[in-house]
Design a binder for this molecule. Structure first.
Ligand code: PEP
Ligand code: MG
Length: 765
């Protein structure tokens, strides 16, 4: 049963065209379940009905013609209840509707299950039988499992359908994702393929057979060369049989085997990538169904070979070093390092199929002021390459091949955005003070990309968070003490008279170093931030030494420790910082004795040490922590993720990730109250600080400083200068009484509009 289930799901997900795939699938289900009829109804939300799309058992003439309203019949009941309905003698059921055109009178048993994707009913699969009986629990479980597995494929097929229409009809088409970075962008998509995965390919036909054959042959030649090189390199290191695997791959590539089959498939009209997928999936399926464990294992070899061939197919003709003058970057997973690689003045927008609005890539996009949409979902990337699009980074909407009217409308919104930006610019140099005289310091978040952010102060009075990990990322090994010192000196000198808070290395989670890979099932709950650096004092000490050395001439450094979850971590880190400090001091004194005196400004001073409050455990130990450190800075991005147990990177749960969740807001308020009680200076450097509503709430809570990306400093300053502190207190008092995030959002949006600040959170003034 399991094998048939997998086969049915696999074949459905591979099919290029929905209608024929559904028809084939109902036949397969009917056969596998030994029943008399299987049908699929698809939900049509515009017309509020389920349309009978495929059936093996009902009248062929009714396919695509007969529909049943969402509130009617047994099919409607399955959809409404969102659970299976399993009944004998369905005609006697009060919801049964007699529909002579479908010819179902002879069936006396009915089992229907909903196909649900992300809480939305996409359709209903039903089976019927002549015998009057209840279907067994096993049969019900089979159909439920099948529906659950088909849901994603069906949702993807819908998205593909949208794309197809967009291309063929040159019509307005729209996809939605998660609003990653605000703003509007126009341009043509540049697809960046990071690694090839046959599973993400959706099948496409083509008429261009000769060209596809040539592409495939080139990919085979390149793959052969890759394998020879790999085998040669490996045989210099090891001398066992592992190297033979490349010989096996080479043989598989021979025309008599797999290569021949792919060529045949191309000749049948499939695009090269599609042909490769069909052949490889078929082999994998056959191998995996066999009893012999050794042969089953070979399925992964075949998949590996397939993905390598695919990579070489996809990379043909791409010249990653020559970027177009202007482009919208699109990839399966736009990460911070992909962004670092594609940082270029022509980069106008960012589209990522995965990720969420607090992924580091989204944070970086906001820092760069580049509109971004994250978590668009599985759609065939290759189909969108070069496509003209509009990105609405406020709402997360993507318009493909937009029509003239839409282009006109968005151009108008861009003009309004520019007007607002001009107004904001005017307050850039003014103090950040409310109408009734309350001051809050605005600082910069810097470091997510190399070099450009602190070049413009944007009206900030210091750096509240300098993320040190990016300079560690774009390299092939850890940077030396000297290299780090040079870089940190540049950062400290950007604000010579104001505090610069440098955070020690916070890798792990969604930030990895190419030369220090960490593979974990739960990276955000694993080896991350201070946990890594305390386990590797040699890395930590080197970084601290570099920071202190860089600080010799400016004395404006503050050191901040990320991912603190217990008091002992603070003690251990402080001990190491002290060690680095006293060693350096001794070294400098020795240098001094050798009559190499320090210059007047070169004085070694111990920097202030603070911690990030981003792991919930710290909220319950603020008193102990307060006695150990000089300041707290709340990392609301991680605090939200850990408090709500929602991966900040996972598009599937993005709707649950919300810094305005009452629990998060109450936690932030408690932190402010406690910090004030223990007299510890408090700032917040998560994304919430750069959001108008967030900044108003934090101001009311009593935060001393807010740290944000340069693009937001002016906007938040404008917001602060146009409110009364007393009004924000009222706002906060109201918000703290709400029990759901939805209530909080509705209230805050309404208040922002009333305050005339709506233009900061949506397109248009
Ligand atoms: C945070 O967690 O809020 C934070 C500022 O750090 P990062 O986003 O780099 O994890
Ligand atoms: Mg963090």
């Amino acid at each position: 049963m399991l094998t048939s289930l997998r086969r049915i799901v696999l074949e459905f997900s591979q099919a290029p065209e929905l209608e024929s795939a559904l028809l084939r699938m109902v036949g397969q289900i009917k056969k596998a379940m030994k029943t008399d009829c299987c049908s699929v109804h698809i939900a049509d939300y515009t017309n509020q009905h389920f349309l009978l799309m495929a059936s093996d058992g009902l009248s062929i003439d009714s396919l695509g013609q007969t529909s049943v309203a969402f509130t009617e019949g047994l099919i409607g009941l399955v959809g409404q209840r969102e659970e299976p309905i399993n009944i004998a003698n369905p005609q006697e059921h009060p919801h049964y509707i007699h529909a002579p055109e479908v010819q179902e009178d002879e069936f006396n048993a009915f089992l229907g299950t909903p196909i649900i994707h992300q809480r939305k009913v996409l359709g209903i699969i039903s089976i019927q039988q002549k015998n009057a009986r209840h279907f067994t629990e096993d049969e019900e479980a089979f159909l439920v499992t099948l529906s659950a597995q088909l849901a994603t494929s069906l949702a993807n097929a819908e998205a593909r359908g949208k794309l197809g229409l967009a291309k063929e009809e040159q019509w307005l088409k729209q996809l939605s994702g998660i609003a990653g970075a605000p703003g509007i962008a126009f341009g043509n998509i540049l697809v960046c393929s990071q690694s090839a995965n046959l599973a993400s390919i959706s099948l496409q036909k083509t008429e261009d057979i000769a060209h596809q054959l040539t592409r495939f042959e080139l990919s085979v030649d390149k793959t052969r060369a890759d394998f020879s090189n790999m085998a040669k390199k490996l045989s210099q290191l090891i001398s066992d049989d592992s190297v033979d695997v490349f010989e096996v791959y080479q043989q598989l590539l021979n025309h008599a085997n797999l290569g021949q089959e792919v060529s045949e498939s191309i000749k049948n009209g499939w695009q090269a990538e599609s042909a490769l997928k069909i052949v490889i999936d078929n082999y994998v399926m056959q191998f995996e169904a066999l009893d012999d464990a050794y042969i089953r294992e070979r399925a992964s070899d075949i998949r590996d070979l397939g993905n390598r061939l695919l990579l070489n197919l996809q990379q043909q003709g791409t010249k990653s070093n020559v970027l177009p003058k202007e482009f919208i970057l699109m990839a399966d997973d736009v990460t911070a390092s992909v962004l670092a690689e594609y940082q270029h003045q022509g980069l106008k927008g960012i589209l990522s199929l995965s990720g969420s609005n607090n992924s580091h890539a989204a944070i970086l996009a906001r820092a760069l002021d580049i509109p971004a949409i994250m978590g668009i979902g599985k759609i065939p990337l290759s189909q969108l390459d070069q496509e003209q699009v509009i990105i609405d980074g406020y709402s997360g909407e993507l318009f493909i091949a937009p029509n003239d009217a839409l282009i006109r409308e968005y151009k108008h919104l861009i003009i309004e955005e520019t007007l607002l930006a001009d107004k904001v610019k005017k307050v850039e140099k003014l103090p950040s003070v409310t109408k009734d005289g309350r001051t809050i310091e605005l600082l910069l978040n810097a470091g997510l990309s190399t070099g450009f952010e602190h070049s413009k102060h944007a009206g900030a009075v210091g750096i509240g968070l300098y993320r040190t990990e990016i300079p560690f990322m774009n390299r092939s090994c850890f940077p030396s003490e000297q290299e780090q010192t040079k870089l940190y000196r540049q950062v400290l000198s950007a604000f010579p008279k104001q505090a610069v808070t440098m955070r020690t290395l916070d890798v792990g989670g969604d930030k990895s170093l190419p030369y220090f890979p960490i593979v974990e099932d739960n990276p955000f709950l694993g080896w991350r931030g201070i946990r890594i650096t305390l386990d590797h004092p040699e890395i930590f000490l080197l970084q601290i030494r570099a920071m202190i050395k860089a600080n010799l001439s400016h004395n404006n450094l503050e050191i901040m420790l990320p991912m603190i979850s217990s008091v002992s971590e603070v003690d251990d880190a402080t001990r190491l910082i002290n060690q680095a400090f006293y060693e350096l001091k001794a070294e400098l004194q020795a240098k001094n004795k050798r009559s190499e005196p320090l210059t007047g400004s070169e004085k070694i001073l111990k920097p202030k040490i603070g911690i990030m409050i981003e792991v919930p455990s710290t909220i319950f130990q603020l008193k102990e922590l307060a006695s150990r450190v000089d300041f707290f800075s709340v990392g609301s991005n991680d605090l939200t993720q850990y408090l709500l147990a929602v991966d900040r990177n996972n598009a599937r749960v993005a709707n649950l990730y919300d810094a305005y969740h009452p629990a998060v807001l109450r936690a932030l308020n408690t932190i402010a109250e406690e910090s004030s009680k223990y007299l510890v200076p408090l700032s917040l450097c998560g994304e919430l600080a750069g959001e108008p509503a967030g900044a108003l709430l934090l101001l009311a809570m009593g935060y001393d400083k807010l740290s944000m990306n340069p693009h937001n400093v002016g906007r938040i300053k404008w917001v602060i200068r146009h409110v009364d502190f007393q009004r924000t207190k009222v706002l906060l008092a109201h918000v703290l009484t709400f029990s759901t995030a939805k209530q909080v959002h509705c209230y805050l949006n309404e208040q922002l509009e009333q305050l005339g600040l709506g233009g900061f959170v949506r397109a248009g003034m």
